[in-house]
Design a protein around this ligand. Structure first.
Ligand code: ZN
Length: 207
């Protein structure tokens, strides 16, 4: 039997901050931290604001207004449009610690292009919430395909996870690569390889 799910509760921004701050106070108390210490007194509220307004703002903000630009030269252009090393700041949904890295995005224009900074905004929108790297990669690729009306998109995410770096195996040198290829980036081995080579064979920025 299908039991209907109760409607999702939504809270105002102020309610969210209040609830999270109260919950964090409980966490700090359970850890035995003295909340009368002036240095940590405001920590619950500080964390609550950081969650709602910064780290997880992608959960509440509207998708950024992104308009595409007509691309008169797309039939003459050889190859892909590729933007590399877009900064990624996200949070691992399993451990609630940062995952940071870079995103490389390529697409074949179908008559429309995006302003280059718009790709950063798309990455940021999906990154600013508790995430899984695999899901993030797919969400970015599918959004770009639908905004640009093209089936040909490649996204590669290269990230370091603080849950791997600072706990568990405590490995600070490994990173994780996930990619998602659509259309010709999947079917055309030449284009596939060209993307991977251009995205990966270059000096990596310092994370
Ligand atoms: Zn994790």
């Amino acid at each position: 039997m299908n039991v209907p799910k109760p409607p999702k509760k939504t809270f105002s921004r102020a309610q969210k901050i209040k609830k999270i701050a109260a919950a964090f106070e409980t966490i700090l108390q359970a850890l035995g931290i003295d909340l009368t210490n002036p240095s940590v007194r405001d920590t619950p509220l500080r964390i609550a604001k950081m969650y709602v307004e910064e780290l997880f703002r992608g959960l509440t903000q509207a998708f950024p207004r992104i308009t595409t630009v007509k691309d008169d030269f797309y039939q003459k252009r050889q190859g892909m449009i590729l933007v590399r090393n877009i900064t990624l700041h996200s949070t691992c949904e399993h451990h609630f610690v940062p995952m940071v890295g870079v995103v490389h995005i390529a697409y074949l224009s179908n008559g429309e292009v995006l302003g280059l900074s718009k790709l950063n905004r798309i990455v940021d929108f999906y990154a600013r919430r508790p995430q899984l790297q695999e899901r993030l990669t797919t969400e970015i690729a599918e959004k770009i395909a639908s905004l640009l009306n093209t089936e040909h998109v490649a996204v590669l995410v290269q990230a370091q996870h603080f849950c791997v770096m600072t706990r568990g195996v405590q490995d600070r040198s490994s990173d994780t690569i996930t990619h998602y290829f659509l259309g010709r980036f999947q079917d055309d081995p030449e284009l596939h390889r060209e993307f991977l080579e251009s995205a990966l064979h270059h000096p990596q920025p310092h994370l």
